[in-house]
Design a binder for this molecule. Structure first.
Ligand code: ADP
Length: 180
């Protein structure tokens, strides 16, 4: 978990590769879905390109499908709202498994993440990185809807908290040290 530009996608990819997990990124799944030229594709594309969240019900459907077909996974971008947090806890409770997920939180200053997002627009040409007004909506969505979920996880002893100001290599090393 972390704000846009905190490095959560980069870290999730590295963890997935190292520990042979399926990387389930809701952002990537949605960007893929938005390319389809049908009604849902257009709806998703309108929402993500303007920096708004998609509905909790759509996310639930997407995530559960992925989890069910990949037993070993790392989630990137979910849960992002309190309702998604409840959905996820409910899903894992019904699983009847010993394992419980661990949460990784990356913390970085707003000035750092904004600088990164502005430079990412050049490298990845993501529409939602393109303008400052869209970035502002994403940060507002994050603070209003996701920060309360992160605050919940900050209180859980099973959460791993990382310094996202550092380089991707250093963040991964800090993760490995803390995950043992
Ligand atoms: P970032 O965290 O850098 O904004 P992501 O790739 O994780 O990038 O997400 C891109 C966009 O996809 C978000 O701005 C939002 O519109 C949508 N999205 C991703 N995950 C969710 C989610 N769990 N619930 C609602 N919308 C989501």
């Amino acid at each position: 978990m972390g704000s846009p530009g905190s490095g959560k996608g980069t870290l999730a990819k590295q963890i997935a590769e190292t520990y042979k997990l399926k990387h389930i990124s809701t952002g990537e799944l949605l960007r893929e879905r938005s390319k389809k030229d049908d009604e849902l594709g257009k709806l998703v594309s309108n929402l993500i390109d303007t920096g708004n969240f998609v509905s909790d019900d759509l996310i639930k459907k997407i995530v559960i499908e992925e989890i069910e077909s990949n037993p070993n996974f790392i989630l990137d971008g979910f849960p992002r709202t309190k309702k998604q947090l409840l959905m996820m806890n409910d899903f894992f409770e019904k699983q009847n498994k010993e394992e419980r997920p661990i949460t990784i939180i990356i913390q970085a200053k707003q000035s750092t993440v904004l600088d990164r997002l502005r430079s990412r627009k050049i490298k990845e040409s993501r529409k939602d990185d393109a303008s400052d007004s869209v970035l502002k909506i994403r940060m507002t969505e994050f603070i209003k809807k996701t920060q309360p979920v992160i605050n919940y996880y900050l209180k859980q002893s099973s959460s791993i908290i990382l310094n996202g100001e550092k380089t991707p290599e250093e963040v991964f090393l800090e993760f490995q040290e803390k995950a043992i």
